[in-house]
Design a protein around this ligand. Structure first.
Ligand code: SF4
Ligand code: SF4
Length: 289
């Protein structure tokens, strides 16, 4: 699709994380198409900016704007959320929250969890466990893979890994007056919020515990009071792909670590070539509880 020159210039300066740049262009083209246009205009790029602001939040948007315009430092990358150790047979992936889309509270909780997981994996000597389980020469696929995500959107999928830790956020409705702005309805992609005369109502049985509605509620009518973790395990790709299955939901960090310790105990006595998925298939998920 063609772009107006000014639209191109504004798109170059959009305050979004670098890896989202190409997607933002597609978003602008989508908006143009939906407006019946065959070229991207300044208006479509402005609407794109609004959509991404809603997605990554005001704080990060303004940091990125200042950086791009040369009036502020590069947005802080959370070094502690990256993992790299080629001498270990395990890997820890953390969701894109490392680029700052999530709130500071969530980033801090993930950093804390990552540190504890790493310590536990070292303490239990997972490198030796995985080395002993490997039926062929040790290589990247011999590793024990852990994924941590800041919300159930799971941008980095825990469902194809050995052990997934998904942060969950319970949203409560407070007495603060709702202005019926509708932001929560936009943010809830599962459509589980209804706006009544008295304010918002959440179908808790269908709520994904993602906190997006509370993050954007301007009045404090919707707030997160409690956070927990869901543990999923047994996922793998390769010759016999399998999706990870839930072990427990809305548990504390200590409970997550207890489940991880138990999982490593099962692997320690497993047969060569086995993984958590095979163990669960054989012994059932209760082996981990
Ligand atoms: S926390 Fe629940 S109600 Fe709120 S946006 Fe997520 S799914 Fe919707
Ligand atoms: S975002 Fe908050 S103030 Fe706006 S409609 Fe939803 S609950 Fe009400």
């Amino acid at each position: 699709m063609d772009w107006d020159e000014e639209a191109e210039q504004i798109a170059e300066m959009l305050p979004i994380p670098p890896m989202m740049g190409p997607y933002a262009r597609l978003q602008a083209e989508k908006i143009a198409r939906h407006n019946g246009l065959d070229r991207v205009t300044v208006d479509a790029v402005r609407q794109t900016e609004d959509i991404y602001r809603e997605f990554i939040g005001d704080e990060k948007t303004e940091q990125l704007r200042a950086f791009i315009q040369g009036t502020g430092p590069a947005p802080e990358m959370e070094d502690e959320l990256f993992f790299e150790n080629e001498h270990a047979l395990y890997n820890i992936e953390v969701c894109f929250t490392k680029y700052g889309e999530n709130t500071k509270t969530v980033r801090e909780a993930l950093k804390d969890m990552k540190r504890s997981v790493e310590l536990l994996l070292e303490e239990e000597n997972v490198t030796e466990i995985m080395a002993d389980l490997a039926p062929v020469a040790l290589h990247g696929a011999s590793r024990f893979n852990v994924v941590l995500t800041g919300c159930p959107n799971c941008c980095v999928s825990p469902y194809m890994r050995d052990f997934g830790i998904i942060m969950q956020h319970k949203v409560d409705i407070t007495d603060q007056e709702c202005t019926r702005c509708g932001k929560c309805l936009t943010m809830c992609i599962d459509n589980v919020i209804t706006l009544t005369e008295k304010g918002p109502d959440i179908d808790v049985n269908r709520c994904a515990l993602c906190e997006l509605c509370a993050r954007d509620c301007p009045t404090g009518t919707l707030v997160v009071q409690e956070r927990g973790f869901q543990v999923v395990t047994g996922g793998t790709g390769g010759r016999h792909p399998r999706l990870a299955v839930p072990v427990e939901s809305f548990v504390t960090k200590d409970r997550v670590l207890a489940i991880l310790r138990k999982a490593l105990g099962l692997l320690r006595t497993a047969h060569s070539g086995e993984n958590l998925g095979k163990i669960i298939e054989r012994d059932g998920i209760d082996a981990l509880r």
